[in-house]
Design a binder for this molecule. Structure first.
Ligand SMILES: *Cc1c(COP(=O)(O)O)cnc(C)c1O
Length: 432
């Protein structure tokens, strides 16, 4: 006799809504929040229903260690097919010879690069956090900063741009084994060829982390680091418009071998097979001609928003953008990133506070805001909607600076306009 919870009991057949109303209610709440607000957090996007289908599939039941045709468990026929599809699509999309699609996140992709190339105590050269770098590039609080010796370059304070001569000088002085370019809040195109010249001069390996603009690279709207950097890491869930996860790419067979061993067994155990299937879906979508239109539109939209904000008196670091993101400097208005992002959120405009180059405020306060357009572009916004969005952002920001007493009424007014715009751009029409 089977036990009471065996199939076909409600344990197996009941939907979340009835079996766990508390979790279901929170997911419903999050869905309404996404549907009814303008999502400008640069690290977010909106995935296809097909991605959600793959992620929420029976693949979650499978444990798979190793690589296709070199596994440590049985029953891997379909797992091998799925991971091979993801690898082949990544190679085609980015035009490279090797791809590892297993990293659970972008940070783990970067950790795998550290593990494959370095020993603790080795010197690395990367962009500092306040200039727009990433925690996993050697920030003091991160494993990469605690176990390795980071030397960090910033950006020129007047222009906000990478000073390549400074990078070259630091490289000559400190002889790093690894140089990292690419960041979380750097809005301009990176000169990968120049970075490679610097790396070659000191015998360093060059890592390009394209987490924030991987979709633009895939869609031909940003120069590709493939062929310049020895290794490229990316996330699938930001500008690439897929589920959460990381990728590592290279053209070097020797490095590819080291990277594979660093991801498994060096850093991770079993793959998240459902996530790998969803990555395959995302990479397949990015290979469709429509994705080029998406990438083009992301760039047009980013520039439309940047232009509107600038016209309305909001200072942008570097004065604009070549990527999906831009960074507003609130110091001329005397505002903090934390208070301003709270007010924008109350108005239905979600973004994040962010340090600006030379910021003296702590990371939980900051003097800047980061805006990205990947998510709103995915839901169908065009330049017209981004211009409206820019006007509303400016209305909230200038209101907070000039007349904070009436701010809650102002937030409510903007919130109303945001809601009616969002109603015209449904995301998942079948979701209640
Ligand atoms: C987002 C990001 C990552 C990865 O972050 P996870 O949260 O670990 O996925 C890595 N590098 C850069 C530059 C990023 O912006």
């Amino acid at each position: 006799m089977t036990h009471p919870l065996a199939p076909p009991s409600a344990y197996f057949t009941g939907r979340l809504e009835t079996t766990d109303p508390e979790v279901h209610a929170a997911i419903r709440g999050e869905w309404s929040r996404q549907r009814d607000g303008i999502e400008l957090i640069a690290s977010e996007n909106m995935v296809s229903q097909a991605s959600l289908d793959a992620l929420g599939s029976v693949l979650v039941n499978k444990t798979v260690e190793g690589y296709p045709h070199r596994r440590y468990y049985g029953g891997v026929e379909f797992a091998d097919a799925i991971e091979t599809l993801a690898i082949e699509r990544a190679k085609t999309l980015f035009g490279c010879d090797y791809a590892n699609v297993q990293p659970h996140s972008g940070s783990q992709a970067n950790q795998a690069v550290f593990l494959s190339l370095l020993t603790p105590g080795d010197t690395i050269l990367s962009m500092s956090l306040d200039a727009g770098g990433h925690l996993s590039h050697g920030a003091p609080a991160n494993l990469t900063g605690r176990w390795f010796k980071p030397v960090q370059y910033g950006v020129a304070t007047d222009s906000g741009l990478i000073d390549y001569d400074e990078v070259a000088d630091l490289a000559r002085l400190h002889r790093p084994r690894l140089i990292i370019c690419g960041g979380s809040a750097y809005p301009r195109a990176i000169d990968f060829a120049r970075f490679r010249v610097i790396a070659d001069e000191v015998g360093a390996c060059l890592l390009a982390d394209i987490a924030h603009f991987a979709g633009l690279v895939a869609g031909g709207q940003h120069p590709s680091p493939v062929g310049h950097a020895h290794i490229v890491t990316a996330t699938t869930y930001k500008n690439l418009r897929g589920v959460r996860g990381g990728l590592i790419l290279t053209n070097d067979a020797g490095l590819a071998k080291k990277i594979d061993s660093a991801v498994f067994p060096g850093l991770q155990g079993s793959t998240l097979l459902n996530a790998i299937a969803a990555k395959a879906v995302c990479l397949g979508e990015a290979l469709q001609p429509e994705f080029t239109l998406y990438a083009e539109r992301v760039l047009t939209n980013a520039r439309a928003l940047a232009g509107m904000l600038t016209d309305l008196g909001i200072t942008l670091v570097t004065g604009g953008t070549d990527t999906p993101l831009m960074l507003a400097d609130l110091r001329p208005l005397g505002l903090t990133g934390s208070a301003t992002s709270d007010s924008l959120e109350a108005a239905g405009l979600t973004c994040n506070k962010n340090a600006v180059p030379g910021d003296t405020r702590p990371p939980n306060v900051t003097s800047g805001l980061r805006f990205g357009v990947s998510a709103v572009t995915a839901r169908g916004f065009n330049a017209e909607e981004l211009c409206a969005t820019g006007e509303w952002i400016a209305e909230v920001i200038h209101g907070l600076a000039a007349n904070p007493d009436s701010q809650s009424a102002r937030e409510a007014r903007v919130r109303h306009k945001v809601l009616s715009l969002c109603a015209r751009f449904p995301i998942y029409p079948d979701l209640p």
